[in-house]
Design a protein around this ligand. Structure first.
Ligand code: DSN
Length: 442
């Protein structure tokens, strides 16, 4: 009796599976199977095509990167590293991961790379896990001065694990005071000194950070997420040989998929870092993303990427100069990276409402804290702009002059207030027309 009913269940299940297969399960596009999601993707494509995208942590990836990320590699599970996997069937994904490692090392001139971190925060946490223990001291940049949440902010795990000491920037210049960094390192004897962050616009003096690390016998970790594309393209100083470990996301100026890599030279760190990523923090790497990282790193190794990096820097400096001409205050006085930070306090504006008004004008940016920001964290006093994405679509200096003018027009309307709708509509028309002159994805 029991055999009979389980046989019937199995037959019904097999029929149901066959029905699913013959309904086009493996072949029907998402537009047919899931219109809600397909429409959202189409809407997002249209949005990306029609706005001027200035979020510093975004870029526009190539069709090849999209192809790799949208590939069947998403089906594969492995744990461990090439040649040392816990799951069978890894021959092809081993080729992918080895290629990503080799390209990352060649691009950044280092001996070792771990390409598995799912994100910049994961990469940073893996490095903390590899180099330090809970309770150790971390010397990093204050979040308001341009640091990053994963560098010991009190709302992040890193802030709970470590005793965190922050350096900031000078009130008069908005620049890092390297004597302060060395002095803090001497007094607090950190295990790790962290350089880099998510909103510091100027070049970092890696040799000075090395001095700070050396007075404490600390490791120097450089998070180059925002300017990695410039390092790759020779438009920014190289963190090696000063840094012990370098982390970077792959999706900002590096123009790859979401995710991150960890880079280092000392073979003695290899086991610690690899073990910290897996099994320390992560399980299976996203192999489809890993393939997309390999493709993007391959693109960054081509000579054209040097021209892109130079254009990003020229465009960033051009936009910063244009905003200054319009009377806006730039934290640090300008930029040596793809990003800049506008202090809105002289205009009596806040970052949140300014970003919302710009969005209505088809210009996309994010509110950001500025050094010593006293404003509520829900609105903040700054706006951060980055040029990597618009540079990818072909904007040059002339277009960024127009972008600077459009931003200034919106901010001036906000300052005059209260009704900004007409200006926002007018700017939106011009911003979208400009964006459409540089089409993306067909
Ligand atoms: N760290 C965030 C940023 O800079 O916008 C995300 O990458």
């Amino acid at each position: 009796m029991q055999n009979g009913s389980s046989g019937l269940l199995a037959a019904n299940a097999a029929t149901a599976v066959n029905r699913i297969l013959s309904s086009g399960y493996f072949t029907a596009p998402v537009a047919e199977t899931d219109p809600l999601i397909a429409d959202a993707i189409a809407g997002e494509l249209a949005r990306q095509q029609d706005v001027i995208e200035l979020i510093a942590s975004e870029n526009i990836v190539s069709r090849a990167v999209l192809d790799a990320q949208g590939s069947i590699l998403t089906n594969k599970t492995v744990e461990g590293y090439p040649g040392k996997r816990y799951h069978a069937g890894a021959a092809h994904v081993d080729i992918v991961e080895r290629a990503a490692i080799e390209r990352a090392c060649r691009l950044f001139g280092c001996a070792h790379a771990n390409v598995q971190p799912h994100s910049g925060s994961q990469a940073n946490h893996a490095v903390w896990h590899a180099l330090a223990s809970p309770g150790d001291t971390l010397l990093s940049m204050d979040l308001n001065a341009g640091g990053h949440l994963s560098h010991g902010a009190d709302v992040n795990c890193s802030g709970r694990w470590f005793r965190v000491v922050n350096y900031g920037v000078r009130a008069d210049s908005g620049l890092i005071d390297y004597d302060e960094v060395v002095d803090l390192a001497r007094r607090h004897q950190p295990r790790i000194v962290v350089a880099g962050g998510s909103a510091y616009p100027r070049a970092l003096d890696f040799a000075a950070f090395r001095r700070a690390a050396d007075v404490a016998g600390a490791k120097l970790v450089v998070d180059m997420a925002h300017f990695a594309g410039l390092v790759a393209g020779g438009a920014h100083a190289d963190p090696f040989p000063h840094a012990d470990v370098v982390t970077t996301t792959t999706y900002k100026s590096l123009r790859g998929p979401r995710g991150a890599v960890i880079l280092w030279n000392d073979a003695a760190l290899t086991k610690r870092i690899d073990n910290a990523v897996f099994p320390g923090l992560q399980g299976t790497p996203y192999l489809h993303v890993l393939a997309a990282k390999a493709v993007a790193l391959g693109e960054a190794l081509r000579p054209e990427f040097r021209a892109y990096a130079e254009a990003v820097l020229a465009n960033a400096r051009g936009l910063a100069a244009r905003l200054r001409q319009h009377g806006h205050a730039l934290v640090g006085g300008g930029t040596d990276t793809p990003l800049m930070l506008v202090d809105l306090r002289p205009q009596g504006l806040a970052g949140g409402p300014a970003a919302q008004s710009l969005e209505r004008a088809a210009i996309i940016a994010n509110m950001n804290p500025i050094p010593s920001d006293a404003a509520d964290r829900k609105v903040m006093s700054g706006l951060r702009f980055g040029v990597s994405g618009a540079t990818t679509r072909g904007f040059g200096r002339a277009e960024f002059d127009v972008v600077g003018d459009l931003i200034a027009e919106v901010l001036a309307a906000l300052q005059r207030g209260p009704d900004t709708a007409a200006v926002e509509r007018s700017v939106a028309e011009r911003a979208t027309a400009l964006a459409r002159r540089f089409p993306i994805y067909g």
